[in-house]
Design a protein around this ligand. Structure first.
Ligand SMILES: *[C@@H]1O[C@H](CO)[C@@H](O)[C@H](O)[C@H]1NC(C)=O
Ligand SMILES: *[C@@H]1O[C@H](CO)[C@@H](O)[C@H](O)[C@H]1NC(C)=O
Ligand SMILES: *[C@@H]1O[C@H](CO)[C@@H](O)[C@H](O)[C@H]1NC(C)=O
Ligand SMILES: *[C@@H]1O[C@H](CO)[C@@H](O)[C@H](O)[C@H]1NC(C)=O
Ligand SMILES: *[C@@H]1O[C@H](CO)[C@@H](O)[C@H](O)[C@H]1NC(C)=O
Ligand SMILES: *[C@@H]1O[C@H](CO)[C@@H](O)[C@H](O)[C@H]1NC(C)=O
Ligand SMILES: *[C@@H]1O[C@H](CO)[C@@H](O)[C@H](O)[C@H]1NC(C)=O
Ligand SMILES: *[C@@H]1O[C@H](CO)[C@@H](O)[C@H](O)[C@H]1NC(C)=O
Length: 423
């Protein structure tokens, strides 16, 4: 690809027209300061005297220290067969190839500090049919100074990165007038400080036209961001003909959310304190909300065997999630009839099942629904049964909550099993 890249192209400004015997040249006689590695355009137009037919144009360079320019060196000739000073070979081009346009502007590429000097024009042709030439005395002085790579930093564009969503980073290199495409590489520095090539799938290369002679090379990197890329640095390195390397480093922020974990002891005894930790690793920081976290359910369990005997139990239940067993749930056993109430709050409204009630069990269930609460009451005669374990299972599609009641019918000892469910 043959093109001149530059964001830093210097266009000399137009100067005054100078004429001698009908030979006129217009160029900027001032000084142009350019950084090494960049390029310069010397704008120029000319006119020749009567009887002169231009055939070729040549440009010469003199040392600034030599005002009389006793020893000019040819840096450009429109006749390719004529050898120019080797150091300039291939670096100078004519902007307007059509001589009849009287346009003598040249473009000097890959400037070196030794290119500093004053430049002037010569037209070669025929005067009244005889070979002739004319050197114009006005000169353009070009100073080439050391390149400041700070001016050449590439620009890295990073979109919002979200884990699992393919993203494309863009690095736009400032063009040097190198005529060759600079090499752009992406590196990634992870947590261990180890630099590696980012495992992106493609590094596309394209150029964007800025003006006719300037293009800006762009490299894109498409990859799948993940949490491991968060807070790491990605560097776009641009190397111009191997000599000049500039780079830009950006820190990646990846939006991600790792698994939510609840830790701590989820089984507690009455009056013990419950200490649970909800942790989630994310960027940006997550808001943690405990949803209907802890409900202390004062479950009154009244057991009345032959001898009147009543016990009260305070039990702690923990439910997380959307379903929630509410205060007022519990069982009463009276005259062999066990009545259990299960009140569940939830959105969407949960369904309540009593397990493991079988078809051969005589029982009745009354279910009442109000707002976001379902109230289910089961009554059964326990005379015919030994130990009974009843479980109130609620499910609203999102969460399941269970409450287990065990009634030991043939002994004065009984227990209440409960389980703490964390979902
Ligand atoms: C270019 O220069 C060569 C060598 O001096 C000469 O032979 C040739 O005729 C020139 N070409 C033109 C188009 O002037
Ligand atoms: C000379 O040619 C160049 C390139 O085509 C153009 O940018 C410039 O304006 C021309 N100059 C004049 C005086 O026509
Ligand atoms: C590479 O990235 C392009 C998008 O730039 C995507 O269409 C393609 O599927 C990706 N290929 C692989 C192998 O990931
Ligand atoms: C860029 O410039 C080149 C040369 O002037 C031209 O051929 C090409 O079509 C331009 N591309 C765009 C996208 O303008
Ligand atoms: C990323 O770059 C910043 C600033 O340049 C630096 O403070 C940080 O330590 C770098 N991080 C890594 C992982 O190299
Ligand atoms: C709760 O548990 C966490 C983690 O084990 C511990 O750091 C914290 O001190 C505990 N808090 C109390 C009040 O016991
Ligand atoms: C549950 O109900 C009992 C008695 O009806 C009451 O004393 C207690 O404060 C209630 N607890 C909650 C958490 O509402
Ligand atoms: C109970 O009976 C109903 C119909 O009377 C039947 O659909 C259901 O499958 C039975 N359940 C069991 C556990 O036998």
């Amino acid at each position: 690809q043959q093109a001149h890249y530059s964001l830093h192209i210097i266009w000399g400004s137009w100067g005054q027209q100078h004429c001698v015997s009908g030979y006129c040249v217009t160029l900027n006689e001032g000084e142009v300061t350019v950084e090494a590695g960049l390029c310069v355009v010397i704008p120029c137009s000319y006119r020749t005297g009567d009887g002169f037919t231009p055939k070729h144009i040549a440009w010469y360079k003199c040392e600034v220290s030599e005002p009389r320019c006793g020893d000019p060196i040819m840096i450009f000739h429109t006749n390719n067969s004529i050898k120019v000073q080797s150091g300039f070979k291939g670096r100078v081009s004519f902007l307007e190839p059509e001589l009849s346009q009287n346009n003598c502007s040249i473009f000097i590429n890959k400037l070196k500090q030794s290119d500093s000097g004053s430049y002037h024009l010569r037209v070669i042709g025929e005067l009244n049919g005889k070979p002739d030439g004319f050197s114009f005395s006005p000169r353009v002085t070009v100073y080439v100074k050391v390149l400041n790579t700070q001016n050449l930093k590439p620009t890295v564009m990073i979109p919002t990165l979200t884990e699992g969503q393919q993203a494309t980073l863009t690095c736009t290199a400032p063009g040097l007038c190198s005529g060759s495409v600079p090499e752009i590489t992406w590196t990634w520095r992870g947590a261990g400080g180890i630099e590696s090539y980012i495992t992106g799938n493609s590094t596309d290369y394209k150029t964007e036209n800025l003006t006719d002679v300037t293009q800006s090379p762009v490299s894109t990197l498409t990859f799948n961001p993940s949490a491991k890329h968060h807070n790491t640095n990605v560097t776009c390195k641009v190397s111009f003909t191997g000599e000049t390397i500039t780079e830009e480093t950006s820190t990646l922020n990846v939006n991600y959310l790792k698994e939510v974990k609840i830790s701590g002891v989820t089984r507690v005894k009455e009056h013990e304190s419950l200490n649970l930790t909800c942790s989630v690793e994310s960027f940006p920081l997550s808001l943690i909300r405990w949803s209907r976290l802890t409900l202390i359910l004062n479950l009154k369990f009244i057991f009345i065997p032959n001898s009147q005997f009543t016990l009260f139990y305070d039990l702690a239940f923990l439910f997380t999630g959307l379903s929630n067993i509410q205060n007022g749930s519990g069982c009463v056993l009276q005259s062999q009839v066990l009545t259990c109430v299960c009140i569940i709050e939830g959105f969407p409204l949960p369904t309540i099942q009593w397990l493991p009630l079988k078809n051969n069990t005589e029982y009745s269930v009354i279910t009442a629904v109000s707002n976001d609460t379902v109230n289910s009451t089961v009554s059964l005669n326990v005379e015919k049964h030994g130990n009974i374990t009843l479980e109130c299972v609620s499910n609203n599609g999102n969460e399941e909550a269970k409450e287990k009641f065990t009634i030991h019918n043939n002994s004065k000892k009984y227990g209440i099993c409960f389980q703490i469910n964390t979902f």
